[in-house]
Write a protein that binds this ligand. Structure first.
Ligand SMILES: [Cu+2]
Length: 365
């Protein structure tokens, strides 16, 4: 009895000391995230968020549909994530987040459900994706923020570096650079997530604080945004490098920065693109329109072509997008992502039928 009391006292003391020394750990949350993998109307696979519960209670407002990129998971350093993935596609899929995963990478066969575990030991934005064919659409971002709420500082018009909290951000953009396309998502100030699909036109009011999470899946890219400058992550606080271009040189790179929209340049339409000229010429181009708050113009982002948009056999008011997989397979080297479903009608997997105004996307892995 007496030794039990001592053990309880010692355990309480250890917990108290740990909470004092490592406050982030003591506030760490466990997240249970339930996902499915779905096939979008154009044949591309995508992750869909079914539920997210957190031991600290707060979760974002997710899109109700399967999206590319998949849902953006916002967590804090020290948090744990349990992911349950159900595969509703016709091919095996998986879930991995290099840098966060704790060694599990089991494939879920069609119809199967698998579980994965992640630990967020350090702050940053990390890609999660399918291991086998991530470039087709099964990818998304996990944002691990410091528990004190600080995010990347921004550079003001006069060159001053201004420290920033997440609560000050007007919007956040997630941009995946894949093949010849930017895949975008927007997270509003209140946490609501909206898919922006392929090569969207981003929107913001002048002086809005915007955080960008730029990630690459597959071969590397060089991100460049016109008219804005930001701090190179990891450069010294005293003499930070100010940049407007960043190379993402492997599968799991990410680049995160905060800007003040239009600072030093005013309202305008600014291009963002891959600086590898061949990628840019192939379509890896987007833009951000920055409008004055009193101009009466809309600061809403304009969604790009969508895998759920109007294409043959899929009616929609949105502009559609078809995707071809370019491979070394004899005869099938140029195959629509929905080639299996389409070929009874078209008698080939290499033909797509689209209305004017649609987009065509190529994936070469
Ligand atoms: Cu590129």
């Amino acid at each position: 009895m007496r030794s039990n009391t001592f053990i309880q006292f010692a355990a309480t003391l250890v917990a108290f000391v740990a909470a004092c020394l490592f406050p982030a750990w003591s506030m760490a949350a466990t997240h249970n995230v339930v996902l499915s993998a779905e096939t979008l109307p154009n044949g591309q696979p995508a992750y869909k968020l079914l539920s997210h519960t957190s031991s600290n209670g707060t979760v974002p407002g997710y899109a109700t549909e399967a999206t590319i990129p998949g849902p953006t998971l916002f967590i804090k350093t020290g948090d744990k994530i349990n992911v349950q993935l159900t595969n509703n596609t016709q091919s095996p899929v998986s879930f991995t987040a290099p840098g966060l995963s704790t060694g599990n990478s089991a494939l879920a066969a069609p119809g199967q459900t698998k579980s994965y575990r992640l630990n967020a030991r350090k702050a940053g934005t990390f890609a999660y994706h399918d291991e086998k064919a991530p470039m087709l659409g099964l990818f998304g971002a996990i944002v691990v923020d410091e528990s004190n709420g600080h995010v990347q500082s921004y550079v003001d018009g006069d060159g001053t570096i201004v420290s920033t909290k997440r609560s000050q951000l007007s919007k956040e953009f997630v941009l995946f650079m894949v093949g010849s396309t930017f895949w975008g998502a927007e997270i509003s100030r209140n946490g609501n997530q909206q898919p922006l699909w392929a090569n969207p036109d981003l929107g913001a009011y002048q002086d809005d604080l915007l955080r960008f999470h730029v990630l690459a899946v597959g071969p590397g890219h060089t991100f460049h945004l016109h008219a804005h400058r930001w701090i190179e992550p990891g450069s010294s606080q005293k003499a930070p490098h100010i940049i407007d271009t960043h190379i993402l040189d492997d599968l799991n790179n990410s680049h995160v920065f905060t800007i003040k929209a239009g600072t030093g340049v005013g309202p305008g339409v600014w291009q963002l693109h891959c600086h590898l000229i061949s990628h840019m010429q192939s379509g890896m181009n987007s833009r951000i329109h920055v409008v004055a708050r009193d101009s009466g113009q809309s600061a809403d982002s304009i969604v790009g072509a969508s895998p759920s948009g109007a294409i043959f056999n899929n009616d929609s008011d949105q502009p559609g997008l078809v995707t071809f997989i370019v491979s070394d397979e004899p005869a099938g080297w140029f195959r629509s992502a929905r080639g299996d479903a389409l070929s009874p009608v078209t008698h080939t997997k290499s033909l797509e039928i689209i209305p004017p105004g649609s987009s065509v996307h190529f994936v070469m892995s």
